[in-house]
Design a protein around this ligand. Structure first.
Ligand code: BEZ
Length: 395
């Protein structure tokens, strides 16, 4: 009886250790497999250049690490989201369910990003947002598995509201594409501007991604405000800035906006953009060693100058790496990985930043002025600005 029970115990111990070894081997095997990144970005339409810059930035960081993060090669499953919110849920679900990606990376357009956040939440897939500023993503939709390496729409807009007031503007007309990003940007601007004594008299909109601005420009000329605040980006920003100058408004009514108005667009905007003031979490002339090495590497690799979108993509890869390194590449240790991402200090070309409790960068917002083909740094408009994350509860 004694012999048989000690034999049973020995057998059990052998089985357990075999099971443990098996589990450890499975983990090691998984940790050597490629990390599958579902890259959901716009590669056509008005935001296509932004999508390309984000992808370039992400891949540059991976390349700088020798093509691996925490020892794991990186594999990309690429999807053009066309900046179309109506296709977004289906596209994100396909990446998760059919292509079995380990994480979602995307996107540029706030409406598409909100749909991605819902899919990420429902399927508990890790999501890193490398641009879209939708306040909701780090507000009511916030979740432990959702991170952003860019900004909330509120952040640069709020900073510009203070700048516009400090320049003496009292009456402002706003103009934006009619969708979440533009509307939230105007709201953030208005919050700071009116708190400082200014008044937003009129809020004009055009449907996204229309670039016919003549009737709004006529309304602005008739209203004669002290300043105009606009949200446009990509090809739409190029067209708007050129039209504003061509309508003869540039030297009469100050034009303000978040820096998307002039980032990555200056070659195409030419003289129409000269002198414009914008606020953003990136600028030319930062004199940070990290920015200098990033710019050199980016220019060498892509034969292009980077912009804010490239920086955000680069930092998305840095954030992913921080999480992967902490768990030695084993993404099944999700809590430990998230914990490390929450505590990461990202050595960004924009300046180092940390994550807020809602997983959005706490960062300096710079005041920049267009000089030649640069968004030249003037000052820090808002130091270590954290998004208010209204409505975020992490549980
Ligand atoms: C957005 O939709 O959130 C967005 C798009 C382009 C630039 C900035 C924000």
């Amino acid at each position: 009886m004694k012999i048989s029970s000690s034999l049973q115990r020995a057998g059990l111990a052998l089985l357990c250790s075999a099971a443990l070894t098996g589990a450890a081997q499975a983990q090691t095997a998984a940790a050597n497999q490629p990390v599958r990144v579902g890259v959901m970005l716009p590669f056509t339409g008005t935001y296509a250049p932004l999508g390309v810059a984000i992808e370039n930035g992400f891949k540059l960081y991976v390349q700088e690490q020798g093509g691996k993060l925490a020892g794991r090669p990186v594999e990309y499953v690429r999807l053009d989201d066309e900046s179309d919110p109506s296709k977004a849920a289906e596209n994100a679900t396909r990446l998760v369910k059919r292509d079995h990606v380990d994480l979602l990376l995307g996107t540029v357009h706030s409406g598409v990003a909100m749909a991605m956040a819902k899919v990420a939440k429902d399927t508990n897939t890790l999501l890193i947002v490398p641009n879209a500023g939708a306040d909701n993503v780090t507000g009511p939709l916030c979740a432990p598995n959702i991170f952003r390496t860019s900004f909330s729409n509120w952040q640069p807009a709020y900073a510009m509201g203070k700048v516009a007031a400090s320049k003496g503007a009292k009456h402002v007309v706003t103009l934006t594409w009619k969708y979440a990003a533009g509307e939230e940007s105007v709201r953030g601007f208005k919050e700071a501007f009116e708190a400082a004594g200014g008044k937003v008299d009129e809020q004009l909109t055009v449907p996204f991604p229309n670039v016919e601005f003549q009737s709004q420009l006529t309304q602005i000329a008739a209203a004669k405000p002290d300043a105009v605040y606009v949200f446009f980006a990509g090809a739409g920003a190029v067209k708007f800035v050129r039209d504003y100058a061509a309508a003869g408004l540039k030297d009469k009514i100050a034009l303000y906006g978040p820096g998307f108005l002039t980032d990555g667009t200056l070659d195409a905007q030419g003289s129409a953009a000269q002198g414009l003031l914008t606020t953003l979490h990136y600028a030319d002339g930062l004199t940070l060693p990290k920015d200098q090495s990033f710019r050199l590497d980016y220019a060498k690799t892509y034969k292009l100058q980077p912009d804010v979108y490239a920086v955000q993509g680069y930092d998305a890869a840095q954030l992913l790496a921080a999480g992967l390194v902490a768990v030695k590449g084993d993404m099944s240790q999700r809590d430990a990985m998230v914990h490390a991402m929450e505590r990461a200090k990202i050595d960004s070309p924009r300046g180092a930043f940390v994550m807020s409790k809602a997983h959005n960068p706490v960062q300096d917002i710079y005041l920049r002025q267009v000089k030649g083909n640069e968004n030249h740094l003037l000052s820090v408009a808002a130091k270590a600005l954290a998004d208010p994350a209204r409505g975020c509860s992490m549980n």
